[in-house]
Design a protein around this ligand. Structure first.
Ligand SMILES: *Cc1c(COP(=O)(O)O)cnc(C)c1O
Length: 402
């Protein structure tokens, strides 16, 4: 009975009208265990006057889903809780989140200090900002405080870092770098896609804004595209939120719901992936056909000690160098359980070849400067059994000709 007391009344009898107006549950008394998907682009009101009041107040009633949707809001609150953020803006992709985080902080002619070897899509966005608005960028290593001090100009507004870089797994000194940035009045933005909040929470280390491609670990199942920008304070959040609404990169409720569902297993997935990555990195380091292994757990990794300070675990991403392009291609052909795919962060282990995929836009000299060789292979470690993964890798390595 309760069920029928809570549906909207349909004041019409004809079939052609009734098909258009199914009864919609209103303020259901039972508490759903799973977040409901509010798959609606718009909300109805009792009067035009109420719409006016809702639209005039950014925290007012839900009115239009580009501006606000309960499922999306639930995701934003969930992620804020994980990152220790004051508030979060969910977006339709990771690039959307980076755009929302960066553009409201910049005006034409401003300057940004960036960590070297950033994600390719991010570099494409920054190149566009240079061309369109004359925003200039200076690249420095993510651990070099002196280089940061030297790079800061009167028009510098932002320091942009990635917690762990692709594909060499360099770890940024977020506490040290963000402290210098703060002294000089810069906002620190950190792309933490490679770690997820299970491995690192940059806001706790001094960052002002954290972005994620939720397409990767937060979603975790290679079935959605999304992003989040998480803010330490209200003023920056409002700017980001306004910008996301204006340019229209807020997410669809269904993608937000998939992300919420993925987040429920985030700790289990990421911890398992990190532990698998450590096992694989250690075994690869012993293998005669492997020239070098890049993972923060390896004692010779350049930020092995820093990683222990800023990361809760050593991360789920690793890469290693084979002797040549042919060897790297052969490895990708020979693995059977591990699939070749140009993404990361899902439950399944994937491999990619950075020089011809994520970093294909870089010249031979730029690749060399970043430490990426033609033989570099990237592994996004999934949650499978570590021994099965190693058996697949070892078989593929055996087949690789030197
Ligand atoms: C994938 C990725 C992005 C972009 O995310 P999309 O969801 O593909 O837009 C940004 N930064 C990093 C580090 C990524 O791996």
């Amino acid at each position: 009975m309760v069920e029928y007391e809570q549906v909207t009344e349909i004041p019409a009898q004809s079939l052609s009208t009734r098909v258009v107006h199914p009864p919609i549950p209103q303020n259901v008394q039972g508490r759903p265990i799973s977040v409901p998907i509010y798959q609606t682009s718009v909300f109805a009101f009792d009067s035009a006057e109420e719409i006016r009041d809702a639209l005039g107040d950014p925290r007012g009633a839900y009115a239009y889903s580009r501006v606000g949707n309960p499922t999306v809001r639930s995701l934003e609150q969930a992620v804020s809780g994980l990152e220790g953020a004051h508030n979060t803006v969910a977006t339709s992709s990771g690039m959307g989140a980076i755009t929302v985080a960066m553009c409201p902080l910049l005006e034409a002619g401003d300057h940004v200090v960036i960590q070297e070897s950033l994600y390719g899509g991010t570099m494409a966005l920054f190149a566009d900002l240079t061309k369109r608005w004359g925003v200039t960028f200076t690249e420095i290593p993510g651990t070099d405080l002196d280089a940061l001090r030297a790079a800061i100009q009167p028009n510098t507004k932002v320091l942009y870092l990635e917690t762990i870089s692709n594909p060499m797994t360099n770890v940024a000194d977020i506490p040290g770098m963000s402290a210098v940035a703060r002294e000089h009045g810069l906002i620190t933005v950190v792309d933490s896609t490679f770690t997820s909040p299970v491995v690192c929470r940059p806001l706790e280390l001094g960052a002002d804004v954290v972005v994620h491609s939720t397409t990767k670990y937060l979603g975790g199942h290679s079935d959605l595209t999304g992003g989040v920008a998480c803010y330490a304070d209200e003023e920056l959040f409002k700017k980001g939120w306004n910008y996301a609404v204006v340019i229209g990169v807020t997410p669809d409720p269904h993608a937000a719901w998939l992300t919420l569902r993925g987040i429920q297993t985030l700790t289990l997935r990421v911890r398992q992936a990190c532990s698998n990555a450590e096992v694989l990195a250690a075994r690869l380091a012993e293998h005669p056909k492997v020239v070098a292994v890049h993972h923060p757990s390896i004692p010779t990794h350049p930020q092995h000690l820093l990683a222990a300070k800023v990361l809760d675990r050593m991360g789920p991403m690793l890469s290693f160098d084979l002797a040549s392009l042919d060897a790297a291609f052969e490895f990708s052909r020979e693995v059977k359980l591990i699939q070749a795919a140009p993404t990361m962060g899902g439950v399944e282990t994937l491999t990619s070849h950075p020089a011809t995929s994520s970093n294909r836009g870089q010249s031979e000299a730029e690749l060399a400067a970043a430490g990426i060789s033609q033989g570099t292979v990237r592994i996004s470690t999934g949650i499978e059994d570590a021994e099965d993964l190693w058996a697949d890798m070892a078989r593929a390595l055996d087949a690789v000709t030197m």
